[in-house]
Design a binder for this molecule. Structure first.
Ligand code: 0WK
Ligand code: 0WK
Ligand code: BGC
Ligand code: BGC
Length: 949
């Protein structure tokens, strides 16, 4: 038989190769590479249009966000029911991912059953369609004896365009293919499914995720191929999805990581973008379809229409006498008599011609061998155009991915499914060849989805479940850090009680309330040249401060920063002060003032008991300092001793002040309303101007071994001119003194135990001063990084992070410096940069991991800022009540790297203080560089001038 055909065709060639006649007739369907590149370029423009919030509404290609943020990463597991609706077959499945013993590692087990969907349901009421779906589900559950004890998670593949706000919700935008059930457009199909399942009853199912079949196909293939980031369906319908950069998906919050976008490319051309490629046959197919004007590309590409296109071409050629000597049968006139299966059959290598002849005979035609060759060629041209158009669409998507990732070459895999791609013998080859021709620099692998898309849908549900579980577990882990208004109000109350208690007792109190012997803030009359030493924060600064006569003139400042090596911080007191003296000596050299015996102020950022402005007995070290033989000693003497030991220069140390006091003075020099000093840096602390009469412990002389007596009478004069100024400033001349609260100690008496978390306890236990400075350990820069590390450790041990790998890095104390919090939490920082910070710390992370790390950092720093805000509310309300005011205007001078460098700390602190102290209008004035030194110089100036009086 075949030989006869061969001979016949050879002779006819002599006449004319019948395919030539068809090529001429279907010239418009031949798409050359430059036309395909043009279509790819047009499609790329459509992708952009669909992604952008400005043009999405008008875009034909809807670019629907899917809320699938990652392809499988190997940790998915679980047992799921799955529904696969919308393709040529409706299937119910049970999918087991890595469940159960004996399964080779990483296996997925599928049990499935196909249920027919009666045609009338395709066009009936939507509720009936979903009733049929849920009844099929129930039937499947019973047939497969799936226990209904526990709630069964379900994954739903629904192959129609849906607008999704989350993974388990989706508004149907429009039907396509052969579905047009009423009453569902614009409705949430997941809700519709839940409704049907409840109506059917007897099933306890939770719909975890609804995905488009392209997405499910990408996930299915991504299970075995990590490069698979594109899903392609060429079946009844056609469509593609791919992993887009989240920053480009305007319709979804956030710009970190990626999200799979369902392009719905079937609608490409609905806005006329393909008008110059549409042939009369395409117009006929569209006109006769149940959604004219819609899904233009789909009608040129997918299985529902290819057969019809061939029929219309053959019909037209027959009518024009180009086939069957012009004979036309009713069957040929009848819609749908040539299906895509027929097209595929006609193109089979061996039996293609035979199948063509059989088909034409079935259509009551008596084809000649040439007719068969010609009709077969029509099928070839129609399906060739289909694969070419798909190739153009893919080329656009892959080019976009390459550009998104600034890659010169791209290695990627495309997960494919659909009866056209699967059934049509030559379709895959043709498609792959054209893609490789259009994108020579890309290495594209096509992965056939071997088991339908439900595996992928289950994986999405597994990811959804894992993300939901992780979300719940991360929320649980972080909820103790999320302080309620009531809790913050409590902290304010406890801070207030701690301030009051500290003012009263002479004995130990959690909040020490240390008198500073600074009775007033600067009044601008300060003048002269002073040396200032600023120890205790991140750096040690030596400054020369020059105040010129005349009000508010900014002083000249020269300074040099020195580091204090950890070994010195935690060595002997002598070494520490020798190191300080050495730095001062270096500075005086640098300033060429070795011989000047300058009056100096010493900012010493640790709790000191003072009996005068120039004495200070260190109560206890804090932060990183632990030098021996210092606690209980007068630090001014120790400094003097060290200077004497060095015997190179001499200083007249006239004042020692806490950095909070120095900061208050420095800011008060600019803003007279400044009566509070706040440090939020390595440590945390606050000072404020308290009324002398409230400082009971000052009442009687605080004898300490340095026994500096003299100051007493000084106080009176102070009081006199204090009185003078008060009058000037209106609130009756109440003598005041600045109190260094040392609020870092709040909670040392257990008063914060109800908000301290196990992570905080861990940090406290591993600190240099366990049980001490509890409030500081919840709020200051030295500890926040450690609290974060403890939380990350716990989350990793719970395999919620870093795939459960507890690396050495994560176990290393101090590795997560607080500055990383500031970097990680800055809005400008994309996730990629968060990942590179984690990389530097030896923490290999995924996008999701860095989202969680950022959240942990945010929770820990937010709590810190809120606690400081609550503490500040207590201080300003005390001052307001001290003065019997309904409303207080006050300024707080602030310094510290946490307050100054952290992206959100300062605003959250201010907001909290505003809410908790509504009767106070608090202005926060960041101190300028070296404020601690300037403040010390101001105090020294005040102390000096007093002496000259
Ligand atoms: C098989 C998938 C299904 C998808 C179908 C598309 O499991 O989700 O909708 O492929 O191909 P069709 O059956 O429409 O040819
Ligand atoms: C800068 C001040 C200094 C203070 C420091 C606190 O000049 O007195 O100790 O701020 O901030 P930290 O360096 O601890 O972040
Ligand atoms: C639908 C898509 C679907 C595709 C393949 C199209 O008609 O709009 O959502 O992915 O068919 O099934
Ligand atoms: C110290 C305070 C200091 C604060 C800020 C705390 O650890 O106890 O004296 O003001 O840190 O530097």
């Amino acid at each position: 038989m075949f030989v006869v055909h061969l001979v016949a065709s050879f002779f006819s060639k002599l006449q004319e190769d019948p395919t030539k006649k068809v090529d001429r007739f279907l010239y418009a369907m031949h798409l050359h590479d430059d036309q395909l590149s043009d279509i790819a370029a047009r499609f790329q423009a459509e992708l952009k249009k669909g992604l952008s919030v400005e043009s999405n509404a008008a875009a034909a290609v809807k670019m629907l966000p899917t809320h699938v943020r990652s392809t499988p990463d190997g940790s998915e597991k679980g047992q799921f029911l799955a529904l696969d609706l919308g393709g040529s077959r409706f299937k119910v499945l049970q999918v087991k991912v890595r469940e159960g013993m004996g399964m080779r590692r990483g296996g997925v087990e599928l049990v499935e059953k196909t249920y027919p969907v009666p045609k009338e349901l395709h066009i009936g009421r939507g509720t009936e369609l979903f009733d049929h779906v849920s009844e099929s589900l129930k039937d499947f559950i019973h047939e497969k004896n799936i226990s209904l004890e526990k709630k069964q998670p379900l994954a739903f593949t629904f192959s129609f365009p849906c607008e999704q706000a989350t993974l388990n919700q989706g508004l149907l935008l429009n039907w396509s293919k052969n579905f047009r059930a009423r009453g569902l457009q614009g409705k949430d199909v997941v809700q519709a499914l839940r409704g049907a399942i409840n109506k059917t009853g007897g099933m306890d199912v939770e719909v975890l995720a609804m995905v488009n079949d392209t997405v499910a196909t990408m996930m299915t293939c991504g299970f075995d191929d990590q490069y698979c980031e594109v899903g392609l369906i060429i079946g009844t319908g056609t469509n593609a999805c791919y992993m887009e950069e989240l920053r480009n998906v305007d319709l979804v919050e956030g710009d970190e990581g990626r999200m799979c976008v369902n392009t719905e490319w079937g609608a490409f051309g609905d806005d006329g973008a393909l008008k110059d490629y549409i042939t009369e046959f395409d117009r006929d197919v569209d006109a006769a379809s149940n959604n004219p004007g819609k899904q233009i590309l789909e009608k040129m590409v997918s299985g529902m229409y290819l057969g019809e296109l061939v029929r219309l071409v053959v019909l037209k050629m027959a009518k024009l006498g180009l086939l069957f000597e012009g004979h036309v049968s009713d069957a040929l006139r009848t819609k749908g008599t040539i299906t895509t299966e027929h097209v595929a059959a006609m193109e089979e290598y061996k039996n293609g011609l035979n199948n063509t002849r059989n088909l034409l005979v079935d259509l009551d035609l008596s084809p000649t061998p040439d007719d068969c060759v010609a009709v077969q060629h029509v099928s070839t041209i129609v399906s060739f155009r289909s694969s070419n158009l798909v190739a153009a669409g893919l080329a656009a998507i892959l080019t976009r991915i390459k550009q998104n990732r600034n890659l010169r070459t791209l290695r990627i895999s495309v997960g494919v499914d659909g009866t056209v791609y699967k059934m049509h013998p030559q379709y895959p080859k043709r498609l792959q060849k054209v893609v490789r021709r259009l994108l020579p620099e890309c290495h594209v692998r096509f992965v056939l989805s071997d088991s339908g898309s439900s595996k992928g849908a289950a994986l999405v549900s597994a990811v959804a479940q894992r993300l939901a579980l992780r979300r719940r577990q991360v929320d649980e882990t972080l909820s103790p850090f999320r302080l309620s208004q009531e809790q913050l109000q409590l902290v304010k109350t406890r801070m207030r009680a701690g301030l009051e208690a500290g003012l009263k007792s002479k004995g130990p109190s959690a909040i020490k309330m240390l008198p500073s012997f600074v009775y007033r803030t600067p009044d601008g009359t300060e003048y002269g040249q002073y040396l200032a030493l600023d120890l205790g924060g991140t750096n040690f600064r030596v400054l020369l401060v020059n105040f010129k006569q005349g009000l508010q003139q900014n002083p000249r400042l020269y300074h040099k920063i020195y580091t204090i090596p950890l070994g010195i911080m935690q060595g002997s007191g002598e070494e520490l002060f020798d190191h300080i003296a050495e730095c001062v000596s270096d500075f005086l050299d640098y300033m060429g003032m070795k011989n000047a015996r300058l009056p100096a102020g010493f900012t010493f950022s640790f709790p000191c008991k003072q009996t005068s402005i120039d004495t200070g007995t260190l109560v206890s070290w804090t932060k990183r300092f632990k030098a021996t033989d210092c606690e209980g000693h007068d630090v001014v003497n120790m400094l003097r001793e060290a200077i004497k030991r060095r015997n190179e220069f001499d200083l007249d140390i006239a004042a020692v002040v806490n950095d909070t006091v120095a900061t208050m003075m420095s800011c008060a020099f600019e803003d007279p309303q400044c009566e509070i000093g706040l440090i939020a840096g390595t440590g945390t602390n606050v000072c404020y101007m308290e009324e002398l009469k409230n400082i009971e412990k000052i009442g009687q002389k605080t004898g300490n071994k340095d026994g500096a007596e003299g100051t007493a009478e000084g106080e009176e004069d102070e009081q006199d001119d204090g009185r003078e100024r008060e009058r000037k400033e209106g609130h009756a001349e109440i003598p005041k003194m600045c109190i260094n609260t040392e609020w870092g100690g709040l909670g040392d008496d257990g008063s914060l135990d109800d908000i301290i978390t196990p992570y905080d306890t861990e940090v406290d236990q591993n600190s240099l001063n366990p049980g001490k400075q509890r409030f500081e350990k919840l709020t200051s820069g030295m500890y926040l990084g450690e609290v974060v590390r403890q939380v990350l450790l716990d989350l990793t041990r719970g395999s919620l992070l870093f795939r459960g790998h507890v690396t050495e890095a994560l176990k290393t104390p101090g590795i997560f410096q607080t500055k990383y919090l500031s970097h990680i939490e800055s809005d400008r920082l994309a996730l990629l940069q968060v990942r590179s910070i984690l990389q530097q710390l030896g923490l290999d992370s995924t996008c999701d991991d860095s989202i969680i790390v950022k959240e942990v950092c945010g929770a820990v720093s937010r709590r810190a800022a809120q606690l400081c805000g609550a503490g500040m509310a207590a201080v300003v309300d005390k001052i307001r009540e001290n003065r019997g005011l309904d409303h207080l205007n006050v300024t707080v001078g602030v310094d510290g790297t946490l307050y100054k460098l952290h992206p959100h700390f300062s605003s959250i602190l201010q907001e909290t203080a505003r809410i908790l102290a509504p009767q106070c209008n608090v202005t926060f004035l960041p101190s300028e560089e070296g404020g601690g030194g300037k403040g010390a110089a101001l105090i020294t100036a005040v102390a000096r001038q007093k002496l000259e009086m």
